[in-house]
Design a protein around this ligand. Structure first.
Ligand SMILES: [Zn+2]
Length: 292
């Protein structure tokens, strides 16, 4: 019933035609909740506990090499979730493992109506969604408990669209990343598995009735990265420990060497990196502001 069509890419077909939904875990190998959720869904489909009446489900372990070593990428500073430029399959292969793996996954994203890529953060964070702000995306993320939705219309994250959700959106589907909480925390595996099943029920792939919890989402947009310079960066007291730390206009968020870092708007800090993921010339955290 589940067929492995490429390494760690499994396909299940329903009895009748319907939507194509893809659930990915382990795009970053150290983010274990998604890895476990994919295994759980796979065994539920294999055992018949989860019966597909329509459509197609793809389950993917994003980066098997990184999962094996429980690291973000197959090597330090390689990142599968920065490996999906829109023109990926037209570009020359680079020979880097993450590029090769992205090419195996890309055709699945291209034919999916919906892609949910399960992530977790390296510092503590409440669960949140990273996706475009649209009613179509909301129809999907309403099944994944969160208060905050972070979008990146200005491609602040990488300068161009490169993530699984952006690649899906660019090819006509609805993509989102769900940040389930902190990477080491496996407490939400059962809950997130049920969230994914609720999505399958709502989209008609699985029999059942579900009602989303009514939740007003706060919408945020990435504004800028904080780039690590040769001078080093130290966060000010109370900042850099978790995602969604609030700051007000004019607050000193930290120092590049001796130089204070201050921004002229109210916002939040997201994705602060743990020291071992920091690299000179690269972002060490991002800032976002609330837009709705
Ligand atoms: Zn991740």
């Amino acid at each position: 019933m589940m067929q492995q069509i490429k390494p760690c890419i499994w396909e299940a077909q329903g009895q009748a035609s319907g939507k194509t939904i893809t659930i990915i875990g382990g795009t970053h190998g150290n983010e274990r909740t998604g890895v476990e959720v994919v295994l759980k869904l796979k065994s539920m489909i294999e055992s018949g506990e989860l019966f597909l009446k329509t459509g197609t489900v793809y389950l993917i372990h994003g980066n098997p090499r990184a999962i094996e070593i429980s690291e973000r990428g197959s090597e330090p500073f390689l990142d599968l979730n920065r490996s999906f430029p829109i023109s990926l399959l037209m570009n020359e292969p680079t020979g880097v493992y993450e590029d090769t793996r992205a090419r195996e996954i890309a055709p699945i994203l291209q034919k999916s109506d919906i892609v949910v890529d399960l992530h977790a953060t390296n510092k503590p964070s409440e669960p949140f969604v990273a996706s475009m702000h649209s009613p179509y995306h909301e129809e999907v993320y309403q099944w994944f408990p969160c208060q905050k939705v972070l979008s990146d219309p200005g491609a602040v994250l990488a300068g161009e669209p490169v993530t699984t959700d952006e690649y899906t959106d660019a090819h006509g589907g609805i993509g989102l990343c769900y940040e389930t909480g902190q990477a080491s925390d496996l407490a939400r595996v059962d809950e997130v598995t049920q969230n994914a099943i609720n999505l399958l029920i709502d989209q008609g792939l699985v029999e059942g009735v579900v009602t989303p919890s009514i939740c007003e989402h706060e919408l945020y947009e990435l504004t800028e990265p904080i780039i690590l310079t040769q001078n080093g960066f130290t966060f000010a007291e109370g900042f850099g420990e978790r995602s969604w730390e609030l700051f007000t206009q004019g607050t000193t968020l930290g120092h590049h060497g001796p130089t204070p870092f201050v921004v002229g708007y109210d916002g939040v800090i997201v994705f602060p990196k743990v020291p071992e993921h920091r690299k000179v010339g690269k972002p060490l955290a991002y800032l976002a502001k609330r837009v709705k």
